[in-house]
Write a protein that binds this ligand. Structure first.
Ligand code: PEP
Ligand code: MG
Length: 756
């Protein structure tokens, strides 16, 4: 059984489009459980109808024609209940609906299994039989397992753009039904799609139209010749290996010489696809043939074909990067967008980003927010392959995107965009105004940064200091640990630029999702592993050098504050403080100059630190709450995992309570509290932070004017009433609605949706 399942999944993953995937499924299922009919019904997202998409057993003409209303018939019942329905005499069931065009009057037995992905019912897998029989438990469980796998495979194929479902075809053809994702960064953009893909991922290669097909064929043939030479070279270098190990290269050579692989790709190029797209199609076709073979040895050859495809692709890409140009209004799209892909686009050309994976807390979203451009993340059914050179509207408020929008929709979004930019211009005027509530409560605004390039522009946005300088960034861009002098130079620039305003330098916070290429850490649970202060205290050599560099950089400026990340225990605070004092003492002795002892604070990012806030606050000078990690650890939700992204919410009542407790605990000991996570720039959350009495907020500098706008339009008194109401609420959803309504009523609705 397991083998059948595995083979089916392999075959499905090599399929080129939805039709092909489904026809493989219905054929194989029918064979495996020896039944008369197997069909797949999928939900058309446009009207929620269940459409017969593939069948082996019913009349083939019925495919695409049989459509049931959302909860109509037995298929509707399966979807409604989201559980299997197993009947030995289906026609007797009150929900049975007869479709003459399928020729199904002859079938008595019916087993329907829902196909569910991320909690959404996508349709049903149905088997039928002439004989009256109840399908056995093993058959039901097999189909359940299969349907669970199948839903993932469909979603994956959709994400890689090789499939278009019913709704997708309509949405791609133009019109105003959006592709829905997660709101990664707010704003509206109208521009042209540019699909990029990670170097070594053949699946993510999009289709792209070319006119100069001769040049494309030439590029492809050159790439093949280069790979052939590479193979010959490799083979000659491996003379010492046994013949069977070298045979793999013979197989590659044979494939490279096989006319079909080359010819078919060339044909596809001649039909107008660019070489990488044509190559992807051919490799998939060939790999699928092997994947479907009974013989396990031959099946493995599918992998060789894909490997070969990758080699040719990487040769083609060398050429591609050289000629890449980006249109003025680039909307950058990828299956899995990375910050480095964004960096390749000239700053002035990049107006929005879209990624099939990721969420609002991925680094791509954080970067987009920092750059002030909209981002839509985690669009499961994003047909990346077909979005090149296409006009797209991105609504980063709602997490929607519209492909080939209608004239009316375009008009509406152009209006919203105009209002957006006039709002931004209005906000710029707030730059030199203080962040003070209507009743006089002043809340300083600091910037989060890690790039020297950002520092000056932070001042331009009205930052009154740097609330979080992520020192790992200077570590990441080197190929070894930076020395004391190198670090001191970087820190000095930041401290000098802002002096006498305060700067909070965070000690090295690697581990989790941030690794250094020259200091690899491999762990099963990196977010629960060797991270932040744990590494610093286990490797005091690294920590001491960093502290020396910080103290040296601050000489004569007196605006240095040191932040300790990922504190879980009181002992960590005590030990870190001891090391800092030691460095200070040694430097005083060495230099005989006046070196101020910096203020040292603790980041509250772990639940244990929330519960021990008083013990911690007693041992440091200030507190800074890192809500990005605090939300992740408090709610047990990985901040980078799209599947659980909907659960990641800083307005969860538990988070609100934790933040409130930290503020109260620290204030009881007269220690100031700041927030340096993304919560500080969420307009709804800001209302609560005002009420709680935070002493400063730190965020990406581009968000400062918006947050200031919120602060300047509310009285602390009003926000305190809101906090009291919210503390009685049970869910993040209710809290957000309540706070958004307050923002709307105060005339600040444009911060939470498109338009003024
Ligand atoms: C945080 O966790 O809230 C934080 C500011 O740190 P980082 O995002 O760098 O983990
Ligand atoms: Mg953190």
């Amino acid at each position: 059984m397991l083998n059948t399942l595995r083979r089916l999944i392999t075959e499905v993953s090599a399929a080129q489009n939805l039709d092909e995937t489904l026809s493989i499924i219905v054929k194989r299922v029918k064979q495996t459980i020896h039944t008369d009919v197997c069909s797949v019904y999928l939900t058309d997202p446009l009207n929620e109808e269940r459409v017969l998409m593939a069948t082996d057993g019913l009349l083939p003409e019925a495919v695409g024609k049989v459509r049931l209303a959302r909860f109509e018939g037995l298929v509707g019942l399966v979807c409604e209940r989201a559980e299997p329905i197993n009947l030995d005499n289906a026609p007797e069931h009150p929900r049975y609906k007869y479709f003459p065009e399928t020729g199904e009057e002859q079938y008595s037995s019916f087993l329907g299994i829902p196909i569910i992905n991320h909690g959404q019912t996508m349709g049903a897998l149905v088997v039928q039989d002439r004989r009256r029989r109840r399908y056995a438990e093993e058959e039901v469980t097999l189909l359940l397992t299969l349907a669970a796998q199948l839903s993932g495979a469909i979603a994956h194929a959709q994400a890689s753009g090789r499939m278009q479902n019913v709704g997708q075809r309509k949405r791609l053809a133009g019109g105003d039904k959006p592709f829905r994702g997660l709101a990664g960064a707010p704003g509206v953009a109208i521009g042209i799609g540019v699909v990029v893909y990670a170097g070594a991922n053949l699946d993510a290669v999009p289709n792209r139209n070319v006119t100069d097909t001769d040049a494309e064929v030439q590029a492809f043939e050159t790439a093949v010749t280069q790979v052939r030479a590479e193979m010959t070279q490799l083979r000659s270098e491996l003379q010492h290996l046994p013949a069977e190990d070298r045979a793999i290269f013979d197989a590659y050579q044979l494939m490279l010489e096989s006319d079909s692989l080359i010819k078919q790709t060339v044909q596809k190029i001649r039909r107008g696809n660019w070489a990488p797209g044509a190559l992807r199609e051919t490799i998939h076709e060939h790999a699928r043939v092997f994947a479907g073979m009974e013989d396990s040895y031959l099946r493995e050859r599918a992998q060789d074909i894909r490997d070969l495809g990758l080699r040719i692709l990487s040769r083609l890409q060398t050429k591609e990067t050289a000629v890449r140009t980006y249109p003025q209004q680039t909307i950058l799209i990828s299956e899995e967008l990375s910050p480095s892909m964004m960096m390749e686009v000239p700053n002035s050309h990049l107006i929005a980003v879209i990624s099939a994976r990721g969420s609002g807390s991925s680094h791509v979203s954080i970067l987009a927010r920092a750059m002030g451009i909209p981002a839509v993340m985690g669009v499961d059914d994003l047909p990346t392959g077909d979005l090149n050179d296409v006009e797209i509207v991105v609504d980063g408020f709602q997490g929607n995107l519209f492909v080939r929008p209608s004239a009316a929709l375009l008009r509406e979004y152009k209006r919203l965009r105009k209002e957006e930019s006039s709002l931004t211009a209005d906000l710029v005027n707030l730059k030199d105004q203080p962040a003070v509530t209507l009743d006089g409560y002043r809340l300083p605004m600091y910037a989060n940064t890690g790039l020297l390039a950002d520092v000056r522009s932070s001042l331009g946005h009205g930052a009154e200091g740097v609330g979080l300088y992520r020192t790992e960034i200077p570590y990441m861009v080197r190929d070894r640990f930076p020395g004391e002098h190198e670090q001191a130079q970087v820190y000095r620039k930041v401290l000098e630029e802002f002096a006498p305003k305060p700067v909070y330098l965070r000690t090295l916070d690697i581990g989790g999702d941030k690794t250094l290429p020259y200091f690899p850490i491999s762990e099963a649970n990196p977010f629960l592993g060797w991270r932040g202060i744990r590494i610093s205290l286990d490797q005091p050599d690294i920590f001491l050098v960093q502290i020396r560099a910080m103290l040296r950089a601050a000489e004569g400026l007196n605006n240095l504050n040191i932040l300790l990340p990922m504190i879980t225990t009181v002992e960590e605070v005590v030990e870190a403080q001891r090391l800092i004092r030691r460095v200070h003492h040694e430097m005083l002795e060495e230099q005989q100059t006046v070196l101020e002892m910096p203020r040292v604070g603790v980041m509250i990012e772990v639940p244990s630190a929330v519960y021990q806030i008083k013990q911690i606050a007693r041992r440091c000078d200030f507190i800074s709450i890192g809500t990005n990690d605090l939300v992740q650890y408090l709610l047990a939700v990985d901040r980078n995992n799209r599947r659980v992204a909907a659960l990641y919410d800083c307005l969860h009542p538990a988070v609100i309570k934790a933040v409130n407790d930290v503020v109260e605990g620290a204030h009881a000991l007269n220690k100031p509290v700041s927030i340096c996570g993304e919560m500080a720039s969420d307009p709804a959350a800001v209302l609560l932070l005002i009420a709680m009495g935070l002493d400063s907020l730190s965020m990406n500098a581009v968000n400062i004017p918006r947050v200031k706008w919120v602060i300047r339009n509310f009285s602390r008194d009003h926000t305190q009433r809101l906090l009291e109401e919210v503390l009685r609420m049970d869910s993040a959803d209710l809290v957000r609605r309540h706070l958004n309504a307050a923002l709307e009523n105060a005339g600040l609705g444009s911060l939470i949706r498109a338009g003024k």
